[in-house]
Design a protein around this ligand. Structure first.
Ligand code: SF4
Length: 375
């Protein structure tokens, strides 16, 4: 006698409105069930069909036979003394991703930093995630699952004036534009009124400059854009962000202009600039930055480099970062210094390292270099 395997259940968690409508049509139901289901999942944080009391008993039974609502499992949840909260989540293949909720403005703003990949293929030289190599793209369910878990933990979104998550930044592990097909549906759910109901200005995609996909994104969604620039001359950026060899600074800035032109309202690009001691923190670098950003509506975030073992880089002094800020100010730019949050739970920028089980050759080389260093 051969063993029969149970049919695989369809996970509804990562489905956009259109996909949910198609699903209900496929099981002989009306399209409007999609809105009901989205509300149950994303507003109520519900994963139990039996509790969905506005669905008929027969439909609830049918759903348990063909579908499920399955988010990542929480393996760690921690709160920092500054109010930052972090979740370590286990996804399908046993890999871990991390998501962090950062409060600001006396708790009025709660920004969730969301990961898009397990590891990252882009190998930026100052980034601890880049040193782990790349394992795989997260699915749409695993991406939106991070928002779902955070919201369930903080409380359901019934009261729009007091949302558990007010902003989302796609700035965790991975390069979101290298996982376009899963990131876009997840962002659609963040924006959907029956999903997380966030405005386009409150959902930010951060990219290191995958130019063709940025052009594609502009055709589909006009969420806020952040660009990880980190250097304003190609020679240095080639070293810090190797993707620059493919899409150089001029090409990237031109793509930012095209993106802004497609937005339906007035926007700025957020320029992320990790300030690294004696690498990109001198006056000449501020002048180069001001020159490349000329005419681009933008604001600049200065992020003091967050050290990790054997990175080969150092954190600049607070005074040096403030000098850099002043140089930019004198050149007509406003730059914010991003404070490091959640240090006591490893939630600060550049520490969203997760644990990548299937490590690549790059990771092996990195480990080898650590061992050589240590000898
Ligand atoms: S900075 Fe971003 S794009 Fe670069 S390696 Fe790290 S996660 Fe990837």
């Amino acid at each position: 006698m051969t063993a029969t395997t149970a049919p695989r259940l369809t996970n509804l968690l990562g489905m956009t409105r259109e996909e949910m409508e198609a699903f209900f049509l496929s099981i002989g139901e009306k399209k409007f069930r999609a809105a009901q289901m989205l509300k149950w999942i994303h507003i109520e944080g519900c994963d139990d069909f039996a509790a969905m009391t506005n669905l008929s008993k027969a439909l609830r039974t049918r759903l348990t036979e063909v579908a499920e609502i399955r988010g990542p499992s929480v393996v760690y949840e921690g709160s920092s003394s500054d109010g930052t909260r972090k979740w370590v989540l286990e996804v399908e293949d046993g890999s871990y991703v991390e998501t962090v909720l950062i409060p600001a403005d006396n708790g009025k703003r709660r920004t969730l930093c969301v990961s898009s990949q397990v590891g990252c293929s882009l190998d930026c030289s100052f980034c601890s995630t880049g040193k782990q190599g790349f394992q795989r793209n997260l699915t749409a369910a695993e991406i939106i699952g991070q928002v779902w878990v955070a919201q369930r933990s903080v409380g359901p979104r019934r009261d729009t004036a007091n949302r558990p998550v007010t902003n989302v930044v796609m700035m965790g592990m991975g390069e979101p534009l290298m996982n376009y097909d899963n990131v876009v549906p997840a962002m659609k759910l963040m924006l959907d009124d029956d999903g997380y109901g966030l405005s386009k200005r409150r959902v930010t995609l951060s990219t290191s400059g995958v130019v063709p996909m940025l052009d594609k994104l502009g055709d589909e969604l006009d969420v806020s854009l952040a660009v990880s620039l980190h250097a304003a001359n190609d020679e240095l950026r080639n070293e810090l962000v190797p993707l620059n060899r493919k899409y150089n600074i001029r090409t990237l800035i031109d793509a930012c202009h095209r993106y802004l032109a497609k937005c339906h309202d007035t926007r700025q690009v957020t320029i992320e600039y990790t300030v690294i001691k004696d690498v990109n923190d001198q006056q000449v670098h501020a002048e180069q930055l001001a020159a490349v950003l000329e005419e681009l509506p933008c604001k600049i975030n200065l992020i003091p480099f967050n050290p990790f073992p054997h990175s080969g880089y150092e954190t600049p002094s607070r005074n040096q970062v403030m000098r850099f800020q002043q140089w930019l100010y004198d050149l007509g730019y406003t730059a914010m210094i991003r404070s490091t949050r959640g240090d006591d739970i490893d939630a600060a920028c550049g520490q969203l390292v997760g644990r990548v089980k299937d490590r690549t050759k790059r990771h092996a080389r990195y480990i080898q270099s650590i061992q050589i260093d240590a000898d």
